[in-house]
Design a protein. Sequence first.
Length: 64
Amino acid sequence: NYLIKEEQQYDIEKLARSTEDNYFHLNVNQQAAFKQIITAIENNISVIFFVDSPGGTGKTFLYK
């Protein structure tokens, strides 16, 4: 499937730059959630995060 191939072909350096640039656009609560998620990933900790807030508050931006 071409959509799967497209999703699997990403530029890690480009994603890292994008993440760094976008981090500073997160609000304080989003930054805290982001830090917790990244810490869990970096330390290979299995955990489930549930991000809940009203529509239009930036959940999708945090996910990306």
